[in-house]
Design a protein around this ligand. Structure first.
Ligand code: NAP
Length: 295
């Protein structure tokens, strides 16, 4: 293996330091949630993957703004621990756990049915689990899909959805899912035109969370070196919160926001409307869902 010697080369440390300084400088810009007065009393929000990292910080901030906050998590134990932590920190008793494993279509369907049965409205969905009717009934409502700057090196192919083709190991699959997040959001926004529900995708930046455990050891080493300079989970939550609650994003749809909360142009592949449509239609076919509204 060549990587160990490559990583121990002094050039890597210099590169990591320079990269870290650039990231440190960048994380200081952007929107400040403490200056945003939006109050969410009477509103309902769902955050998927909310028991750690960016999701937990987003849920914490939405609960602090008095939203009925539903944490959609796959583990009862980790989810309940997050519910209790958020209730204690915010004093908001309306923080709830509902089980959801986004890797299982059956679980997504069961979760969606539970929410449709139990909830009267849904104003903000961070991620997506097919709950658009409730969102439309609560318009103006917002969907925020957390993507990544790594969508830019991802590839997308309808055959990935059926397993007929694969982008490779963990990193290429991750990059592809992040690209598909952006494509899906653009197509969803088109299909939601005129309903009062907006959908945007967002890049949180480079954030120190448990996500690092999935990366190759070379990437983990690099991140360990630059860790003091990259964003904390609270800082990483800011661009998602910006899309979820800020006045500035009100009415904006089908866009991609960068980690400084600025509108940004996603990669060329992410702007391929034909590909977005094909992926959407194939997803509908595979999930057996009725065809959604056309545009
Ligand atoms: N950290 C970064 O630098 C970075 C950069 C760009 C984009 N992002 C994006 O930001 C989002 C949040 O990531 P993070 O950095 O906060 O990672 P994290 O700390 O690993 O948190 C991920 C959360 O998602 C949950 N989750 C994972 N798989 C799930 C499933 N199948 N069903 C339900 N919940 C599931 C995890 O729950 P468990 O405890 O059950 O595992 C955890 O609560 C991700 O979409 C990621 O791609 C992160």
């Amino acid at each position: 293996m060549e990587l160990p010697s490559a990583c121990s080369h002094p050039g890597w440390s210099v590169l990591a330091l320079v990269l870290g300084l650039l990231l440190w400088a960048r994380r200081r810009r952007g929107w400040d949630p403490r200056k945003c007065p939006t109050d969410l009393t009477g509103k309902t929000v769902i955050v998927t993957g909310a028991n750690s990292g960016i999701g937990k910080c987003v849920a914490m901030e939405l609960a602090r703004r008095n939203a009925r906050t539903i944490l959609a998590c796959r583990s009862q134990e980790r989810g309940q621990a997050a519910v209790e932590e958020i209730r204690a920190a915010t004093g908001n008793p309306a923080v709830l756990l509902r089980l959801l494993d986004t890797g299982s279509l059956a679980s997504v369907r069961a979760f969606a049915q539970t929410v449709l049965r139990e909830e009267k409205r849904l104003d903000v969905l961070v991620n997506n689990a097919g709950l658009t009717d409730l969102l439309k009934a609560s318009a103006p409502a917002r969907i925020v899909n957390v993507s990544s700057f790594r969508h830019g090196v991802g590839t997308a192919d309808v055959r990935y959805l059926t397993g007929q083709a694969q982008p490779g190991g963990y990193d290429p699959i991750y990059n592809s899912t992040k690209l598909m997040n952006v494509l899906f959001t653009a197509e969803l926004a088109q299909r939601l035109q005129g309903t009062g529900v907006t959908a945007n995708s967002v890049n949180p930046g480079v954030v120190s969370t448990r996500i690092m455990r999935h990366f190759s050891w070379a990437m983990r080493t690099l991140f360990l070196l630059i860790r003091p300079f990259i964003k904390s989970a609270e800082q990483g939550a800011v661009s998602t919160l910006y899309c979820a609650v800020s006045e500035e994003v009100s009415g904006i749809t089908g866009k991609y926001f960068d980690s400084d909360c600025a509108l940004a142009l996603p990669s060329a592949a992410a702007r391929d409307a034909g590909l977005a449509r094909k992926l959407w239609e194939e997803s509908e076919r595979l999930t057996g869902l009725p065809a959604g509204p056309q545009h």
